[in-house]
Design a protein around this ligand. Structure first.
Ligand code: NAG
Length: 214
């Protein structure tokens, strides 16, 4: 009796474990109608998934670089490209006119790897532990990696246009531009000055250019 009970318990447990470990999901295409949580979107009904969920055309076209940074970033994160949801991966495209720059920014949720397809780029990042600076001029075909969360920039240092693609080890790495965070907001100028040690005149100028108030 005892033995058979033990066997029964073992059998039940092994079923439980095998079913939980066996529940491999091939994919979890984002259900964009639901909320986005820390683990991404919930899964679209697998019966409704089509090949188009795994194909994205948005990176084929050049972005519009007629703006203050003379650059455009086009993202293929989970919100635009539902097929990457849950897969720990995503992509973006950057076009930079001559003199264009992707100003200091971070991706809180992912490490970035860049491949330069056209032009010349000066790219770099700053470490958080000792403010070490790592920057380099990149030429066509060069690859550079930017560790997760660190402030980094990419400047078109050539005479023509620059084009690069970046991959992320997250379907939603996020993007925060430092100057936008500091000046494209309504935090009172005196507080920005006190919190950054910058001159009030410079802050007002940048708020004006970037669309901040206060
Ligand atoms: C690019 O953006 C500028 C500024 O917003 C706009 O005037 C222009 O029409 C846009 N060009 C294209 C091709 O969309």
């Amino acid at each position: 009796m005892k033995t058979s009970n033990t066997i029964l318990i073992f059998f039940t447990l092994s079923l439980l474990f095998s079913s939980s470990f066996g529940a491999v999901q091939d994919f979890c295409v984002a259900d964009l109608s639901g909320p986005q949580g820390p683990a991404g979107y919930s899964c679209k009904n697998a019966n409704k998934v089509t090949v188009d969920d795994f194909v994205y055309h948005g990176l084929a076209a050049k972005g519009n670089t007629t703006n203050i940074i003379k650059a455009a970033v086009t993202t293929a994160f989970d919100s635009q490209f539902p097929g990457v949801n849950g897969l720990g991966i995503s992509l973006a495209r950057a076009d930079l006119a001559p003199g264009g720059v992707i100003p200091f920014h971070t991706h809180p949720g992912g490490t970035e790897i860049l491949i330069l397809l056209e032009g010349t780029l000066c790219a770099g990042f700053v470490s958080s532990s000792a403010n070490q600076v790592f920057f380099k001029t990149l030429n066509k075909g060069d690859v550079m990696v930017f560790p997760q969360g660190l402030l980094h920039f990419q400047l078109n240092s050539g005479k023509g246009e620059a084009l690069f693609f970046v991959g992320f080890n997250s379907p939603n790495p996020g993007l925060q531009l430092l100057d936008f965070a500091l000046f494209k907001n309504n935090l009172p100028t005196e507080l920005v000055a006190a919190a950054t040690f910058l001159d009030v005149a410079q802050i007002k100028k940048l708020k004006g250019v970037l669309g901040g108030t206060g």
